[in-house]
Design a protein around this ligand. Structure first.
Ligand SMILES: *Cc1c(COP(=O)(O)O)cnc(C)c1O
Length: 464
């Protein structure tokens, strides 16, 4: 008779392996440098304009690009496509409710749909929404409502070499000052992004979340999480925050959500699915308003713009993402990439955070000023040299018109369960080779751009 396996395999081995076997493969295509040069020009030096088939290693985003498990694919077959009250909705609802403790759980097609609904019913002209760092779609949705989005992350977040374990933390003094300056009546809610995507994928500590909660309570203001990467944030709390080493990730996740009045989630991250979002609310009246808007633009409350099969994949994904072997491998892969770039002399946001490594583009190519988009120049060089697609988070993404952002970053986002260690070794080699020839990189200028989220569609050219 077979005995059942222990829940956790104790091991003294140092090698950390991908905790899965590969069942289906998707070939990727090698291309020549000349071909990539031509592709880059056709795309207007904007990698969002490049076809995926022309990319070898795609680190554009970790959003919706993960590999689903065999159980998730099985769920796809089980999907109940009934318009109202589908079985798949209940599986999704029960799982999200078990993880978060929330009662009002609205499915949406992705994170920005949750944001659009939330800010339509809470924000508007004259309002101010503080966050550690707003993500681009969050900022755009707030500004679209007529409100102002402000970033109050701690100063350490802007120091590349600072090894502060929670560089995603909100600066509590700055938040207090903001309450004093603009008045609580102008602040419909305070947000914290966990992990802080636009600020280097850095985690937020529970201590900091409690401090924000306390200040919000003092001003009778709701506290929301942008909780796209709640599991990665919780795992980093377990590893880095005093008093949490012996808690399960599930317990830490619950403690995070218990502090919040609501949350927006893009399930394309820690939902381990290719599409989907969630809006969580505690307050019934607000939830009713949100449901009305959901029906108007997304779909009925039990599917919110998703197919029943998507809800099945999400229900399963939200369970798998809390497995600690998975999180250990996930966070270690990102750390491995970061450590090797640092060892080769490339400055990154230290310490490596959750889902991506962020290169300091100002240091990478000091001869290119902010007006010449140093981050975008690095992105283009990586594609040209090795077919790797990264993304700029700097003047092109955030510097629309007025001032340049503090940091010029290049994000190498690691899709979940997709690439192996040898893929990452290839990326490390490529970045270090580009770094060694960095004086050849040229500045860029924008020749065509849109009024919102211009980095998605802008066309650029190299300045000779
Ligand atoms: C991805 C993301 C969003 C938006 O989610 P989408 O699913 O892309 O619409 C919002 N906030 C953060 C922090 C994100 O990473």
């Amino acid at each position: 008779m077979r005995t059942s396996a222990p829940a956790k395999t104790e091991t003294l081995m140092k090698t950390i392996i991908e905790p899965f076997r590969i069942k289906t493969v998707e070939p990727i295509r090698m291309t020549t440098r000349e071909y990539r040069e031509e592709v880059l020009r056709r795309a207007g030096f904007n990698v969002f304009g490049i076809d995926a088939v022309d990319v070898l290693i795609d680190l554009l985003t970790d959003s919706g690009t993960g590999a689903m498990s065999s159980e998730q694919w099985a769920g796809i077959m089980r999907g109940d496509e009934s318009y109202a009250g589908a079985r798949s909705f209940h599986r999704f609802y029960d799982r999200v409710s078990a993880i978060t403790g929330f009662e009002h759980i609205l499915p949406t097609h992705q994170g920005r749909a949750s944001e659009r609904i939330l800010f339509e019913i809470t924000a508007g002209p004259g309002k101010v929404i503080p966050n550690n760092n707003h993500f681009d779609t969050t900022r755009a949705n707030i500004e679209h409502s007529g409100a102002k989005a402000i970033d109050l992350v701690i100063d350490d977040a802007r120091v590349f070499k600072s090894r502060h374990p929670f560089k995603g933390n909100m600066d509590i003094d700055k938040l207090e000052l903001t309450f004093k300056k603009v008045g609580a009546e102008s602040i419909p809610l305070v947000m914290l992004t966990v992990t802080n995507n636009s600020g280097g994928g850095q985690p937020v500590s529970l201590e900091n979340m409690r401090a924000v909660r306390k200040l919000c309570d003092a001003h009778d203001t709701p506290f929301f999480l942008d909780a796209c990467r709640f599991a990665e944030n919780a795992y980093l709390i377990k590893k880095r925050e005093e008093g949490y080493a012996d808690k399960t990730v599930g317990e830490i996740v619950r403690e995070m959500f218990d502090l919040a009045d609501g949350a927006t989630i893009s399930a394309k991250k820690d939902g381990l699915a290719n599409i989907g979002g969630v809006l969580l609310l505690r307050e019934s009246e607000l939830a009713q308003k949100a449901r009305n808007l959901l029906i108007l633009t997304e779909g009925f409350v039990t599917y919110g713009g998703l197919a029943g099969r998507d809800l099945e994949a999400l229900a399963q994904g939200f369970e798998e993402v809390l497995q600690e072997d998975y999180l250990h491998y996930r966070l270690r892969s990102v750390e491995y990439l970061g450590e090797n770039l640092l060892a080769g002399g490339v400055q990154i946001v230290e310490p490596p955070g959750g889902h991506a490594i962020y290169i300091d583009a100002k240091e990478f190519c000091p001869h290119i000023p902010a007006a010449g988009f140093p981050g975008q120049a690095v992105v283009c060089a990586l594609y040209r040299h090795a077919g790797i697609r990264a993304v700029e988070i700097g003047s092109l993404m955030f510097g629309n018109g007025d001032s340049a952002p503090d940091m010029e970053l290049v994000r190498l986002a690691v899709p979940r369960r997709v690439y192996t260690q040898s893929h990452l070794d290839y990326v490390i080699e490529a970045v270090l080779e580009v770094y060694s020839q960095r004086d050849k990189m040229k500045p860029l200028r924008v020749v065509e751009s849109a009024p919102h989220l211009r980095h998605f569609t802008a066309r650029l050219e190299e300045v000779e």
